[in-house]
Design a protein around this ligand. Structure first.
Ligand code: 5GP
Length: 194
């Protein structure tokens, strides 16, 4: 998605540890026009999949997920993050190691909001090692949901998550694919022309 790549080039900041900071439009300040366009793109890509729910994880997945839900007219559920949990009877839970904070969290979704007849689209802001997506897939598996695919705003293709998802036979659609963040420079896998 060209508009997104241009924004990453102009406002993204490469940090050490192969982290791209996009606080200017996605992770802290949010650009609603760009998020709307992102939602439109995901909705278009998954228009034929009879999606009934969008699943994401708090907090940075919420903006693109809500915009996608708005276009597909389906509810958006964000998994919550907890350090530890005692009562989990009415929750689906999975363990996720945070890429940026290097902490271990449990993510949870209430059993009330997903059921076996749901067709789910998983959305997240970034894909690195795939921990967040695999946590959501684990919850989808517990709930016996049909996962129609995964939509990622920014995929860091040089890290293993993308290949791991594709190896499971799951459809992955990433709107910007980063080949490298070496030397503080963002290089995309292919420059998009739309
Ligand atoms: P993964 O679980 O795939 O290893 O990492 C994805 C999660 O970590 C995303 O939900 C995102 O919040 C965070 N993340 C991973 N890489 C980056 C990055 O380069 N920049 C930012 N801002 N977040 C990242």
């Amino acid at each position: 998605m060209r508009e997104l790549e241009q924004r990453i080039k102009s406002d993204g900041v490469v940090l050490s540890g192969d982290v791209l900071k996009v606080d200017q439009f996605l992770n802290h300040q949010v650009d609603p026009d760009l998020m709307f366009a992102i939602g439109q793109r995901f909705a278009h890509l998954f228009a034929d999949n009879q999606i009934t729910k969008i699943l994401t994880v708090e907090s940075s997945g919420i903006a693109p997920a809500v915009m996608t839900g708005l276009q597909l007219h389906v509810p958006v559920i964000f998994a919550r993050k907890h350090k530890s949990l005692t009562l989990t009877d009415d929750l689906y839970t999975a363990d996720v190691k945070s890429f940026t904070k290097q902490t271990q969290n449990k993510i949870t979704v209430s059993k009330k909001y997903i059921s076996a007849d749901d067709h789910v689209l998983i959305i997240d802001d970034f894909l690195a090692n795939g921990q967040a997506v695999f946590g959501l897939l684990e919850i989808a598996n517990q709930a016996d949901l049909k996962v129609e695919g995964v939509g990622i705003v920014i995929e860091k293709s040089f890290q293993p998550g993308a290949q791991k998802i594709k190896d499971q036979g799951i459809r992955l659609e990433s709107l910007a694919k980063i080949k490298s963040l070496a030397n503080g420079q963002v290089t995309f896998v292919t420059e998009q022309h739309d």
